[in-house]
Design a protein around this ligand. Structure first.
Ligand SMILES: [Zn+2]
Length: 444
């Protein structure tokens, strides 16, 4: 064996939801070879590297189902606005003036470091220069479903749709087959990409097998305008043009009808719920209890750090569980176990990766996270899911393993340099302030 993680409580998230108190996980060639009681695993296997997890909990790597990772550099740039105003007055102009390949690399490294520190081992991204994000992710040892953006106006890396389609063609060809990267195509939304271009995206995905990452039905306004201009809701419209299938990963889905949920289930569309982003932009409350009741593949995401303002899945789990309780005035909806599922195995289903990640099972990729279980905020401990979702913080994550490689040990990042990352990000802050005029920003 290459690695054995030993001695902790193993929360497998397998079909039977087995939990091994005093368990162990054996890893070889980036995959899980065995998971079970410590004595059993150690009787059968020896490894050259040991991670001691005694008194801690070993969980499947956390999945951030939706983000725009370089937007960490816009964290806190414009807050407390609605989506349209935030996008058109602040984010699109700031992006037009600042996004370069260097910006994307610096922002990606910042986001990757933040995610690894919080136990995220897979993220699903949509941005520009996605090839550079793939490169930074591989260097950091992070797994990613990475979608190059298609949008009907000139952006930093591609000025026209033919340019963007050519970019994504070579991007997908380059990264397909990499053990960490699943290259994808990411049409921004049905209101920013034409029908013709959406159809071309679907043809591209059918030909290459690349997943499609997109935003669907994020706000009521999007639904109303779609009804006005297209005579159909966004989901209805996308279905009518043959866009939806089991390679689509749809962020938000805040405003679907009951029939549309059935349609998404039938078509196998993955859904990513972003509770904090939806709350902060006042986009609405997605019908997550209904999605769970219908067993839809729904995961959790942070969305970009400009609208959240962090990449912390522990907060999203906690928020998801609580938001739906207060909204439905029913404390029984979205249990701690269900929220944890959404960040692990159900999140893997949302990304169409449930055969590879999302649980600690023989044959799956070795994405494992060791979390403290004895911090003050976790003491005493009665129920593992309740402790993880309601009491555990990102700072309780101790050690992170992705594809069998230790990328953080005892809270020290092994593949990224925190101090350099922070210095680079602060340099960009100066540039961004100058580019949009300092008057909208707080004093230094
Ligand atoms: Zn988004």
């Amino acid at each position: 064996m290459d690695l054995i993680v030993r001695g902790g409580t193993v929360v497998t998230m397998d079909g039977a939801r087995r939990v091994f108190e005093n368990g162990a996980v054996a890893v070889k060639g980036g995959r899980i070879i065995a998971a079970g009681p410590l004595a059993e695993v150690e009787r059968t296997y020896v490894a050259r590297e040991i991670v001691n997890a005694g008194g801690k909990v070993i969980i499947p790597g956390i999945i951030n189902g939706h983000t725009h990772v370089p937007m960490t550099l816009f964290r806190g740039l414009a807050d407390d606005l609605d989506l349209q105003e935030w996008l058109t007055k602040y984010i699109f102009p700031a992006e037009a003036k600042n996004v370069t390949e260097e910006f994307v690399r610096v922002g990606a490294r910042l986001g990757l470091a933040e995610m690894i520190r919080g136990g995220t081992t897979t993220f699903c991204d949509m941005y520009y220069f996605e090839d550079a994000i793939a490169d930074e992710s591989v260097k950091a040892g992070m797994r990613g479903v990475l979608g190059e953006t298609i949008i009907d106006f000139p952006v930093a890396d591609n000025k026209t749709n033919p340019e963007a389609m050519a970019y994504v063609e070579s991007f997908v060809k380059k990264w397909q087959g990499n053990p960490l990267i699943i290259p994808a195509i990411a049409p921004h939304a049905p209101y920013t990409v034409s029908e013709e271009h959406l159809k071309a995206v679907r043809v591209f995905s059918d030909r290459t097998g690349a997943p499609i990452v997109t935003h669907i039905s994020e706000t009521k306004r999007e639904v109303d305008e779609s009804l006005k201009t297209k005579g159909a809701t966004p989901i209805d419209y996308l279905n009518r043009i043959g866009f939806l299938n089991n390679r689509v990963i749809a962020a938000h889905v805040v405003w679907p009808s009951e029939e549309e949920l059935g349609l998404l289930k039938k078509l196998g569309v993955g859904i990513v719920h972003n509770p904090q982003s939806n709350m902060k932009l006042a986009s609405g409350v997605a019908p997550v209890p209904e999605m769970l009741k219908e067993d839809l593949p729904v995961g959790l995401g942070t969305d970009g750090a400009a609208s959240n303002n962090d990449l912390n899945l522990w907060e999203e789990m906690d928020t998801a569980a609580k938001l739906h309780k207060v909204f439905s005035r029913d404390p029984k909806v979205v249990s701690a176990e269900e929220a944890f599922e959404m960040a692990t195995i159900r999140g893997a289903r949302a990304l169409h990766l449930e055969k590879e990640i999302g649980s600690i099972e023989k044959g799956k990729r070795a994405d494992l996270v060791v979390v403290d279980l004895d911090d003050l905020n976790q003491t005493p401990y009665y129920n593992i899911y309740s402790d993880l979702v309601y009491a555990t913080k990102a700072a309780d994550v101790r050690t992170v393993i992705i594809e069998g490689r230790v990328v953080m040990r005892d809270r020290r990042l092994l593949t990224l340099n925190e101090e350099t990352i922070k210095a680079d990000a602060r340099r960009f802050r100066e540039r961004i302030i100058r580019s949009i005029g300092a008057k909208t920003l707080p004093e230094d």
